[in-house]
Write a protein that binds this ligand. Structure first.
Ligand SMILES: [Fe+2]
Length: 301
């Protein structure tokens, strides 16, 4: 799609491609945005996936499915069992029917990353964007841009949990507000440290609910059992102050007691929080503040 075409179709977000190129040192996004509509939604051409791609999906799925029992939270495992996507790349429309009956969410197929306004608008309307393309075999262990496997395996199972599903919608609504309040960097950290890299303390021990961990071959074990990272109870304002790294395992994980508390902590209006944070320096990812108690390493699964 040429530049003018992009701008006609996506009038609010014509800086998006330029911003992505700048952040990624000139690299273009991998997806095909040519057919995306104004909300960046495309049709998932399920018939077009090759047998090799389905086989790669099965290998990715099997590896993670072996890792997550006893390590992912029960809500995730229950959702994963219900979605039953082990056999091949899922048809997003079919999965949407399961989700919408359970929690009113639907999946929308997208070419890859989408602008913040678009992303928040989808979440606020209980639509979760899922990338349509799958990584290449040589990216089995590591991929830079989120792909179909990360988006689906990591994120979709918890959309079947009513409380988490409500949290994600509230996050989208907060995002739309943050855009107007210049609070986006703070809210992005909240997403990172909860939805992508969150841990949860359960009666059975420490468990994972973050999609970035649950779709990773190595971080599942590391996040629970490595002595290196900090694991500290989640405090929303502390999280919003904390920088994160995108190219290493996390140096700090924030732990919630349950999804209800996460939901309640995001209920207040963040306007005064953003105002306070703007007066404070951001904290490096490996910070441990005086008085912060580290939680122990999880017992072996
Ligand atoms: Fe993600």
């Amino acid at each position: 799609m040429d530049k003018q075409d992009k701008q006609d179709k996506h009038p609010n977000t014509d800086n998006f491609f330029a911003a992505v190129a700048e952040k990624s040192h000139g690299a273009a996004l991998r997806g095909d945005y040519t057919h995306a509509d104004a909300e960046y939604v495309v049709r998932q051409d399920w018939q077009a996936y090759t047998p090799e791609q389905h086989a790669l999906w099965r290998r990715l799925y099997q590896r993670q499915a072996r890792l997550v029992p006893g390590r992912a939270c029960d809500e995730f495992l229950k959702g994963m069992a219900k979605l039953d996507a082990a056999a091949g790349i899922p048809d997003l429309a079919q999965v949407s029917d399961i989700l919408s009956a359970a929690t009113g969410w639907r999946l929308v197929a997208v070419p890859g990353l989408v602008p913040e306004l678009t992303f928040f608008t989808h979440l606020a309307h209980r639509r979760f964007p899922v990338t349509v393309w799958l990584r290449e075999p040589e990216e089995f262990d590591y991929i830079v841009e989120p792909d179909l496997f990360h988006d689906f395996f990591g994120h979709v199972p918890l959309l079947l949990d009513p409380v988490f599903a409500d949290y994600l919608q509230r996050y989208g609504q907060a995002g739309l507000k943050a855009l107007k309040l210049d609070g986006l960097e703070y809210l992005a950290r909240l997403y990172w440290y909860t939805i992508e890299f969150g841990l949860i303390q359960t009666p059975q021990g420490l468990r994972i609910y973050g999609a970035g961990i649950l779709s990773s071959g190595g971080e599942v074990e590391y996040s629970l059992h490595s002595p290196l990272p900090h694991r500290i109870p989640l405090d929303v304002e502390r999280v919003m102050r904390t920088l994160y790294k995108i190219d290493t395992y996390q140096e700090t994980y924030f732990v919630i007691p349950n999804f209800q508390q996460l939901f309640e902590e995001t209920e207040p209006d963040f306007t005064p929080v953003y105002a306070r944070l703007k007066a404070l320096a951001a904290l490096p990812a490996d910070t441990l503040l005086p008085g912060e108690a580290e939680l122990g390493i999880a017992a072996p699964a």
